[in-house]
Design a binder for this molecule. Structure first.
Ligand code: R5P
Length: 295
């Protein structure tokens, strides 16, 4: 019987709905799990049935980051008991911003996460729009980055925008903005952002951008965490009398009152994907993940 099953998708507690969509697209078996969190915060996961075939564990590592990380490791290690091929699909990869030693003594935690996934039994890792390609290099097993930029651009293509322009809030996102803009047949610019590495404080160092005047803008980033980058960028652009400002990102963490502060800064709409489920996750990434699994 198990020989007939090509894939099993295991939906981790942080990505159950996305995992179900992936399973449907792959026409595979789906195995859910139950999570019990003990009073001390320890989690215990139980699979609802036996997986078979190639196993795909889907579990994003968003807050509570460390708990969700342990859960993906636990699921991968259990899956490995049933299959020699276990794919860890981690749509939002926490710790990806810790991909290098920015200040002396900092620990490159991404590298540890890569080693732990391998030790747990993952044979391949698939992520979506990881913070940097450098982060991907820390995996001692094959790791692939699927991108949601096409899906996000398609979403924005359906909105009626006035003379739209794509804007990256920082130079690091220039390539992303270029890709997004080219998919929509638009122009793009990138702002100069400065982040104090010790305090995390963000400021925009760009000169005036007369080209934004009167135009609707799409701010494109990989992720929104505290909202600081989008808030500063939106305020800067609004001062230059742009039209409506939209924020597009793959991963919307929206920590604390980030969403409120972004709206207060004049952003008309935040559009993100279901790598992190929430109020703004309007774009589905199951198709790009399935392509990465099958590719
Ligand atoms: C930074 O390089 C990233 O691409 C994002 O711009 C950043 O992580 C967003 O964080 P926050 O919302 O806290 O400014």
């Amino acid at each position: 019987m198990s020989l007939l099953v090509r894939f099993t998708v295991i939906g981790g507690p942080s990505s159950e709905q996305l995992a179900r969509r992936i399973a449907t697209k792959l026409k595979s078996k789906y195995v859910g799990c139950d999570l019990r969190v003990f009073p001390d915060g320890e989690g215990k996961i139980t699979l609802r049935s036996r997986p078979a075939g190639k196993i795909i564990v889907v579990q994003s590592v968003y807050p509570p980051v460390d708990s969700n990380l342990v859960r993906v490791l636990a699921l991968v290690s259990q899956a490995r008991k049933y299959s020699a091929q276990v794919y860890a699909v981690i749509p939002y990869m926490g710790y990806a911003r810790q991909d290098r030693e920015f200040l002396p003594g900092e620990i490159v935690t991404m590298s540890l996460v890569g080693k732990m996934l391998k030790a747990a039994g993952a044979t391949r890792v698939i992520v979506v729009d990881i913070h940097s390609m450098m982060a991907l290099k820390h995996f001692p097993i094959p790791a692939k980055n699927a991108t949601a930029i096409g899906e996000l651009a398609r979403y924005f293509g359906k909105l009626s925008l006035h003379d739209p322009l794509v804007v990256s809030p920082d130079m690091g996102g220039l390539e992303r903005a270029r890709n997004f803009a080219s998919l929509m047949g638009l122009d793009y610019i990138a702002l100069k952002k400065h982040r104090d590495r010790r305090t995390g404080e963000v400021s925009i160092k760009s000169p005036d951008h007369s080209e934004v005047r009167g135009r609707d803008l799409i701010l494109v980033d990989d992720m929104i965490s505290t909202g600081g980058s989008i808030v500063k960028a939106a305020e800067h652009l609004k001062r230059q009398k742009c039209g409506r400002v939209y924020a597009s990102c793959t991963h919307a963490l929206l920590i604390g009152d980030a969403e409120k502060r972004i709206r207060k800064a004049g952003v008309a709409k935040i559009v993100s994907t279901n790598t992190i489920p929430g109020r703004t996750s309007l774009v589905d990434v199951s198709s790009v993940i399935v392509e990465a699994i099958e590719g």
